[in-house]
Design a protein around this ligand. Structure first.
Ligand code: NAD
Ligand code: ADE
Length: 419
């Protein structure tokens, strides 16, 4: 019997169409799905996934179910669930506990339902599920075959857990696959962050001054797309000297937030850190400045400070909150400071999630095939899987590689030949 709590089961048919669209744009994952549908390698496995409940996640959990797993799904963010997709997945036999607009209590209630299903393998995005198991369900954590982690912030939290000697099971840091972060974090977030900002505001980017906080993989993608959309100036704020230098050589201006705050029209945070934009910055911003976050948690734009400096707040459009300051200036916060690409838009396009979730699928298979043999550590995905996914992705795009000749292979292995 399928267990679930979703917003509205009458949305299922609409959700199925959305999933069909994603399936048509995720050829690598679909290849894995077909490959393991008959063999059912996961037939004795219960998999619990805390991920953004989107049409792309639907393709992943359907693949896991088709491979024999009993799948349980909850949302990794209170505002990112696509309710029609959640309903469609219940019809597909997935146990779903997710709806858009959860309170913090409801969010954890759903994740706890997954913990109590006593999974064998877990998938997480951001580390809340891993943290909950280590805080409140330690026996279940101790019995897990292993887990995976989708994003940079989750990997950082898990490495801290490992460093303290507390991690109870092996974790594959899916985020660290080349076929994940180089594409998903950079091109996926780069495009979908602007998708979210534009759906929420419908503003013109051309002629604007865009400030990007963080020049990691996500920040690089966002800065690149800001330039492509015609921003007049793209300013990067960084704390790491190497990344700051890279931003300069990539053609962007670099300065501290307190200076950028005075001139920016659109601010986008992508650091994985807290209080990146705070009181001192709000106090010097221009009237009409727009604030958006692409980092995992809603702590980068520090909302308690924004509330403190404001005398009035109102919702002016869907996903746009207007904060009025004492002197009449107005600041616009998008998506309540949560991931703007998933709250105000649909997250990354399916084509890029194809690689991220092909990695998730193969990580589950790797953990299962090596059960009992892996230490309780955070591991990068095996390179062979990573490069196989790249090879398959190229193939589905009709792109062929050059092939080394035997002579070239020998040359690359030798030290004798030089000038
Ligand atoms: P990253 O580690 O590559 O980059 C983060 C950068 O932020 C680093 O260069 C760091 O030096 C910089 N930084 C830290 N504190 C700062 C501060 N106070 N001011 C300015 N810069 C600062 O990480 P990433 O892969 O780019 O991920 C960034 C965040 O985005 C994480 O929270 C990650 O989980 C999240 N993420 C979101 C999505 C999405 O769909 N929105 C997708 C992938 C990753
Ligand atoms: N993270 C970013 N985009 C996503 C998507 N489309 N589905 C699931 N997780 C995501």
């Amino acid at each position: 019997m399928v267990e679930y709590k979703v917003k509205d089961m009458s949305l299922a048919e609409q959700g199925k169409l959305k999933i069909e669209w994603a399936e048509a744009h995720m050829p690598v994952l679909m290849m894995f799905r077909k490959m393991y549908r008959d063999k059912k390698p996961f037939k004795d496995l219960r998999v619990a996934a805390v991920l953004h409940v989107t049409k792309e996640t639907a393709v992943l959990v359907k693949a896991l179910k088709d491979a024999g797993a009993d799948v349980w799904l909850a949302a990794s963010n209170p505002l990112s669930t696509q309710d029609d997709v959640a309903a469609a997945l219940v019809d597909y036999g997935i146990n779903v506990f997710a709806w858009r607009g959860q309170s913090s209590k409801e969010y954890y209630w759903c994740i706890k339902r997954l913990a109590e299903s006593e999974p064998d393998i877990i998938l997480d995005d951001g580390g809340d599920f891993h943290a909950l198991l280590h805080k409140e369900y330690i026996e279940i954590a101790s019995r897990l075959i292993g887990g995976t982690e989708e994003t940079t912030t989750g990997v950082i939290r898990l490495k801290a857990l490992e460093k303290e000697g507390l991690l109870k099971y092996p974790v594959i840091a899916v985020n660290n696959a080349y076929t994940k972060y180089l594409f998903d974090n950079r091109y996926g977030t780069g495009q979908s962050t602007f998708d979210g900002i534009l759906r929420a505001t419908n503003i013109l980017v051309a002629g604007k001054i865009v400030v990007v906080a963080g020049y990691g993989w996500v920040g690089r993608g966002i800065a690149l797309r800001a330039r492509g959309l015609g921003a007049r100036r793209v300013i990067v704020v960084e704390v790491d000297p190497i990344k700051a230098l890279e931003a300069v050589f990539d053609g962007f201006e670099v300065m501290p937030m307190i200076e950028a705050a005075k001139i920016g029209d659109i601010f986008i945070t992508a650091t994985g850190n807290k209080k990146v934009i705070r009181k001192e910055h709000f106090l010097v911003m221009k009237d009409g400045a727009i604030l958006a976050n692409a980092g995992h948690f809603n702590v980068e734009i520090w909302i308690p400070d924004l509330e403190e400096v404001s005398i009035e707040k109102r919702r002016i459009r869907e996903n746009v909150e207007e904060y009025k300051l004492k002197d009449g200036r107005r600041l616009y916060l998008l998506a309540e400071g949560r991931l703007v690409n998933l709250v105000a838009a649909e997250g990354h396009p399916s084509e890029v999630m194809d690689m991220s979730f092909a990695n998730q699928f193969m990580a589950v298979k790797y953990l299962y095939d090596n059960r009992g043999k892996l230490p309780p550590k955070v591991m990068n995905p095996p390179y062979e899987i990573d490069s196989k996914i790249a090879e398959l992705k190229l193939k589905t795009m009709g792109i062929r590689l050059e092939v080394l000749t035997e002579e070239q292979k020998e040359y690359l292995k030798s030290w004798q030949l030089g000038t």
